[in-house]
Design a protein around this ligand. Structure first.
Ligand code: NI
Length: 226
């Protein structure tokens, strides 16, 4: 499932994040790339242990915790501390699939990457190109979202970032280990949760609301690893 999650940060919060990191010390993005993807990766990143990355990452994680759409779609068990990248002057990232397991720098902690996420921090009108291109069974999707909006997609997807030919594109990116590893099962639970919420709003006293909520939790109990 490919899902856009609007307004994870407000436009003001996204601008504040961007302004803080714009003048930070950026390093070659290949530091976090696997052997294969390093050959196709041309961008800049904030170092994983950069204090600013840690501080802004906490703001993003805090916002995600209160985002019901993200929580329902991702069913997160662990979220990798957000990283930050910057594409400018023709930077691009060729087709690749993200590494399955990521170690959190300086810790023994590992995250299985079930979902990949990109949080756009730069308004789309500020740069040319820079689309995140994601391939799934329904075809090819070009994603370029307003500042503060997030795209969530299965980490099993082949994807690339088109060259940024003008301006600069700053984003945050991270991975989620979900309580439900399988994308198909996770999608069923998400669809069901959305449907239950709609019924609960229109017909709050309908007995099916309790029954369907029970079914949701009984499926989650079968499928979740915590
Ligand atoms: Ni990637």
């Amino acid at each position: 499932m490919l899902l856009q999650i609007p307004d994870v940060l407000t436009t003001g919060q996204a601008a504040a994040c961007r302004q803080k990191i714009e003048s930070a010390e950026w390093i070659d993005g290949r530091v976090t790339a696997g052997h294969q993807s390093a050959r196709k990766k041309h961008n800049l990143q904030l170092a994983e242990n950069h204090p600013l990355a840690e501080k802004l990452g906490e703001i993003i994680l805090g916002a995600l915790e209160h985002n019901s759409l993200f929580m329902s779609a991702a069913l997160p068990l662990h979220v990798f501390p957000p990283l930050f990248n910057r594409y400018e002057g023709g930077h691009s990232f060729g087709n690749h699939i993200d590494n399955a397991i990521r170690q959190v720098a300086g810790t023994p902690f590992r995250v299985r990457t079930d979902l990949s996420a990109t949080l756009f921090l730069t308004p789309p009108e500020n740069y040319d190109g820079g689309e995140l291109v994601i391939e799934d069974t329904f075809g090819i999707h070009n994603v370029k979202l307003p500042a503060g909006h997030l795209i969530l997609y299965p980490a099993t997807s082949l994807h690339n970032v088109r060259p940024v030919t003008n301006g600069a594109r700053i984003s945050s990116f991270f991975w989620v280990q979900s309580m439900v590893r399988d994308d198909g099962m996770r999608t069923i639970l998400f669809d069901m949760d959305m449907a239950i919420q709609r019924i609960a709003q229109n017909e709050p006293d309908h007995p099916s609301v309790i029954q369907l909520t029970g079914v949701y939790h009984n499926l989650l109990r079968r499928w979740a690893e915590v």
